[in-house]
Write a protein that binds this ligand. Sequence first.
Ligand code: SAH
Ligand code: SF4
Length: 363
Amino acid sequence: MSSGIASLLDRKVHDRDDILALLQCSEDEAPLLYRRAAAVRDRYVGNHVYLRGLIEYSNICGKNCLYCGVRRDNVRIERYTLTREEVLEAAMTAYNLKLGSLAIQSGENSSKAFIDTIEELVSTICRMTDNRLGITLSLGEQSRETYKRWYDAGAHRYLLRIEASSQALYRRVHPDDDMHRYQRRLDCLKAIQDTGYQTGTGVMVGLPYQTMSDLADDVIFMRDFDIDMCGMGPFIEHSDTPLGERGTDNLFLKERFNLTLRMIAIVRIIMKDINIVASTAMQTIDPAGREKAISCGANVVMPNLTPARYRAGYQIYEGKPGYREVNESNVSGLNLDLIPGITLGLGTWGDTPHYGRRLTGKR
Ligand code: SAH
Ligand code: SF4
């Protein structure tokens, strides 16, 4: 059996059947997959982990995704939006701690006030930091014009998860209305790439109704879209959502965690030189979850800079760490002892070679 995955890993090109076989390899074989993925990471993008200081700007959301605790119909959370000063302070923290870049995430909002505010914040942060702090946005579906305005203001990466690349599965985990159309999500992702952003997408692993075949197709989707960044995490129930009514007391979290490690490793082996996030959802299931993801080929973490008093309001899923983990003695929040050989890529935007190559068409 183990010779099976070894020869699979040695193939130059992996088809859908190979991906399925890797996803379903035995627990004994999985470490071989993980080690290969880490070696590919070291060879193609180096043994560095890059940091994106995360600002959860607002939990006001116009959408109603069936899995998410921030969904519009959840009346049990208090809605907040950070002030301009709070955002700028968090940005300066990222800058002073040499995190190298910033990620601004939020519930979805397409009001004029929101769009104008983000534009102003992005340009102010660029000015304040002399363009030395990279800016990633993760602000959901917007018009092409909005993406362009934020890009022109100085943001250069955008993360919009497709959530589920299967249209049928996407439909099952979203309300059936015009705000939640698969085609619109896809069009937005394309618009983001066309605008010139380093483009990131990803999926949740372990969604209700999701099959192994769906996950294999997700990998193929990301490869064919030629993404620059990948953010994937296990689905974690939130009890105040339609898909979380059973609560978090279930037996499957560990399996989703392991499956996410496999997805990360496979995406690394297939796409080689992209940035892959070790997500906070991994850490929520296992305190060493992000370090384990890094051991399987991930190379980005997003230490949370949101002021502590807002944390309870940004519980996309239950059990999300509620503390501000970044300080001068540990800027990543990682336990680096668990990942020997890895160094932090401080004070740099942490771009990958992939984006430049995609633009010039070189392979
Ligand atoms: N509103 C924006 C960004 C914030 S949500 C957007 O939706 O793009 C960020 C991510 O949280 C989503 O893309 C989704 O993949 C993830 N998420 C939401 N609910 C989750 C849950 N219950 N478990 C795990 N991840 C979840
Ligand atoms: Fe809103 Fe994003 Fe949550 Fe959907 S996943 S409800 S768009 S915050």
